[in-house]
Design a protein around this ligand. Structure first.
Ligand code: AMP
Length: 404
């Protein structure tokens, strides 16, 4: 399968080649032809599946580059995602000549206002700032032809839906809609039903299951010993480009401090950090200046960093969905990766919830060469029996449920 027979024009294929993509990912293969046909599309896909290019490429073929605009609008929950999408669109625009702009909160209005006044073809935005700019009379959505709602489930989770609804209402009724979501909850389905027009549904591997390529390891450890174990794993087990997740901002800062004291170059990213601090933290991991990025869930979903070799759950996340999102930072686009979870005795219930969600029992390991000093609790290896029904997803519909 190549990009050649998806219906993309030569100039778009040139952009694809310039980005170094040789083969489309499944979501690209399945979504691009429908988007080019002008259909509404619902894409059920996590980040890491190539979904950004799955909508950016065809929408840039669909909308013209000419004065006025914006003719394509992408609404996404976080600044990091907005910047990532703008990055892909900007690369394509080198070939197509579209004007691309991005607007998000937490920074000054001036440059964004100027960009909008100059005119844009493709606008990428977070909902709050876009609404602000609409209310200030700077953003006018009356010429939008293609509307993309990216990570719809997260925008719902984060309470952005009232703003998103206003944005949608400000777009012309006659338009093409593309909606992407990692999960298809009943809430998302309601949105789909009321916003979209006879959508084609495109799905890659059920979103609630982690990508097969991720090796998932659990290290039972005493709660007080996690930081020592983390340092040991990073230094002795060859963890190279790592994202460490903690439950709270406070813990993120503390872990970052411990790592620095151990001589490990690291940066921290969480909701208390300014936009420029977050950007520079991301850059430092991307450039290799830092080996470790410590992050909380709120800011970390959707971060696009290539070649993260390991995701470490310093604390297990509050929800199984967050586990799936976290470990999706590694093993992107066909690469392999490892997710490591440090399991304190009080986190066994959370682990079980995750295992039920992903439909697999995770292997537990002892960290080789680590001197365990504290009491730890190793989960019962027979715990698989606690799962009520095993659902196996297969590519052929209707044969998805394995007999018990
Ligand atoms: P996304 O799911 O859009 O966040 O993309 C995840 C990563 O996959 C990004 O780093 C993309 O640059 C990369 N990617 C997207 N499409 C392809 C492709 N067809 N071939 C190789 N890498 C890709």
């Amino acid at each position: 399968m190549s990009f050649d027979n998806l219906g993309l024009e030569p100039r778009l294929l040139q952009a694809v080649a310039a980005m170094g993509y040789t083969r489309p990912t499944p979501i690209q293969r399945d979504a691009i032809p429908h988007v080019l046909d002008g259909r509404d599309v619902v894409g059920c896909a996590q980040t890491g599946t190539g979904k950004t290019a799955a909508f950016v490429l065809p929408l840039m073929q669909r909308v013209a580059a000419r004065p006025g605009g914006p003719r394509a609008l992408v609404v996404t929950p976080t600044r990091e995602l907005a910047l990532q999408i703008e990055g892909v669109a900007a690369q394509v625009s080198k070939v197509t000549g579209h004007r691309v702009a991005v607007v998000y909160g937490g920074v000054g209005y001036e440059p964004q206002t100027k960009a909008l006044k100059r005119g844009v073809d493709v606008l990428v935005a977070t909902p709050g700032r876009l609404l602000d700019l609409m209310e200030r009379g700077v953003a006018d959505l009356s010429s939008v032809e293609v509307l993309v709602l990216d990570e719809a489930d997260r925008m719902l989770d984060m309470g952005f839906w009232p703003q998103v609804r206003k944005v949608v209402a400000a777009c012309p009724r006659k338009r093409q809609n593309l909606l992407f979501s990692a999960t298809m909850s009943s809430e998302v389905m309601r949105v789909v039903a009321s916003t979209l027009n006879d959508p084609v549904r495109v799905e890659v591997a059920p979103a609630t299951r982690p990508i097969e390529a991720i090796e998932q390891r659990v290290y039972p450890v005493g709660g007080q010993e996690k930081s020592r174990l983390l340092v040991h794993l990073i230094q002795e087990h060859g963890l190279e480009r790592v994202i460490v997740f903690t439950r709270t901002k406070h813990r993120a800062d503390r872990v970052a401090k411990t790592l620095r004291q151990a001589g490990i170059a690291c940066a921290a990213i969480h909701g208390d950090r300014s936009q420029s601090q977050r950007q520079s933290a991301l850059e430092s991991l991307k450039s290799g200046r830092c080996r470790v990025l410590v992050a909380t869930d709120v800011v970390a979903r959707g971060i696009d960093i290539d070649d993260v070799s390991h995701v470490v759950n310093y604390d297990l996340p509050n929800t199984p969905e967050d586990y799936v999102h976290r470990i999706g930072r590694t093993a992107r686009a066909g690469k392999t990766g490892t997710a490591v979870s440090l399991l304190a005795p009080e986190e066994h219930g959370t682990l079980r919830d995750i295992e039920v969600k992903i439909g697999a029992v995770l292997d537990t390991h002892d960290a080789e060469g680590f001197a365990y000093a504290e009491q730890r609790l190793v989960p019962n290896p027979d715990r698989a029996a606690t799962r009520p029904v095993r659902t196996v997803f297969s590519s052929s519909r209707g044969r998805g449920r394995r007999r018990r």
